[in-house]
Design a binder for this molecule. Structure first.
Ligand code: PNS
Length: 161
């Protein structure tokens, strides 16, 4: 059984994340979306909200599970019996940070492999940070996030006029 963890902050989940998870379901028997509990970083949505939004958006994918985690990713991997980390690479600018994380995780747990996947081209510029900024300033992000996330964003920031 090939189990992968797709970890992240998901504050909030975007269509880019969903695209990657859908692609991952073709490669792995199970994907566990690991939502980092990083309340000290003051996320827009608390952990429960982020987990719920991811769950709702992925209801049609039976091989996907959603779980929050704290502490080291490699410890979460052990507890879930997964040995593959899936991360998305959108552009070269993502590479350095991702490369460091992948090798640090390998240092901490040599059996953990990191696999990088590219989202569909139309999502290569989409990030949770930009989605929040655009929405906060009244821009339309309808095409960039799932419907349930759009509703939550509008609850926070108001719908565009
Ligand atoms: O979506 P993000 O914020 O880019 O995801 C980053 C994440 C959650 C993958 C990373 O911060 C992480 O794994 N945090 C858990 C703590 C940890 O294991 N740190 C060492 C990683 S090398």
């Amino acid at each position: 059984m090939k189990i992968a963890v797709y970890p992240g902050s998901f504050d909030p989940m975007t269509n880019g994340h969903i695209d990657l998870i859908r692609r991952g379901t073709e490669l792995f028997d199970q994907i566990i979306v690991g939502v980092l509990e990083n309340e000290d970083k003051k996320p827009l949505f608390n952990t429960d909200e982020r987990v719920e939004m991811v769950r709702e958006a992925l209801l049609d994918l039976p091989s996907v599970r959603v779980q929050s985690f704290t502490g080291l990713l490699v410890n979460f991997m052990k507890s879930t019996h997964a040995n593959v980390v899936v991360r998305g690479l959108r552009a070269v600018s993502d590479f350095e940070y991702e490369f460091q994380m992948a090798l640090m995780n390998r240092e901490l747990s040599p059996t953990v492999e990191t696999i990088f996947m590219m989202p569909a081209v139309e999502y290569t510029y989409v990030s949770s940070r930009l989605v929040k900024e655009v929405c906060r300033l009244g821009g339309d992000v309808t095409r960039l996030v799932p419907q349930n996330v759009l509703v939550k964003l509008h609850e926070r920031f108001g719908a565009p006029a």
